[in-house]
Design a protein around this ligand. Sequence first.
Ligand code: SAM
Length: 289
Amino acid sequence: MSTTRFDPARFKATQRANWDAMSGGWLSWQEKFERGAGPVSERLLALADVRAGQRVLDIGTGIGEPAVRAAELVGERGAVVAVDLSAEMVEIARRRSAGLGTVEVRQGDVETLDLPAGSFDAALSRWGLMFAVDHLAAFGAVARVLRPGGTLAASVWGPPETAPMVSRGFRVLAERLELPTPPPGEPSPYSMSDPDQLEYELRAAGFSEVEITDFSAPFWLTDPREYVEFYRTCSPPGLLTMIADRFGSADDPGTWDAIAASVEPYRADDGRIELPSRTLLVRAVTPSR
Ligand SMILES: C[S@@+](CC[C@H](N)C(=O)[O-])C[C@H]1O[C@@H](n2cnc3c(N)ncnc32)[C@H](O)[C@@H]1O
């Protein structure tokens, strides 16, 4: 059993480096990823009731989603601030949103948002919040920058077995590389997958009117090789190094064939791989004064 203690500062530095390294992969995958993620953005924008003229914050924007879509809705009289931990993600999001004029992209940490109190009508986050080390600090920071009566709308992954788009490949890697299961409470893509705990944390951070609903993000791929490509381009570089160290090459066919095989059970009649993935949709409001 591992006796290594969790070090938040070290974890965050690794996160930053990993997301930096994955930013190019996420950009190259944007169009295919949006097949499943685009409908989630639309739900978030509807839940937060984003409208023309509003000020909207996007947290963990990655290469700029849903900030870019929000900018289209708020129009020229509105404004969008997009925040991400990774400088490389920020760089790409800046390039993607440059023509819009109303999007400001900043490097920052959701747990210590350096933004004026009460300055946003809505805060959005598509699969960004669950990487926070301290959930209460993150939710508290978001509540602080929202105006009274402002709305947070966010998506976070449900339990791994319900989200095959992200979990199938990782399960194969965890088995082949004998990766330890992170102890409960440590940040992971599934750290907010328990709706009761999530509601408790949001209320403890000062939100009211908390609603958590389910949505199935309709991801699909043309074939299992496309899933392999997703995992190769959008995984932390450390995993590829571990494959190389253990099996002699990052191209190890045993690993990638197993990842391809892991999505075969999801093959539809037309040959496509359908990976509808359960995401929790959070809507929470800051109390009106
Ligand atoms: C799964 S990606 C989602 C990106 C984008 N929202 C999307 O849906 O395409 C998660 C993003 O959260 C960012 N992130 C991780 N921890 C963060 C933190 N503490 N504060 C701000 N952003 C963070 C990462 O750098 C990464 O770009």
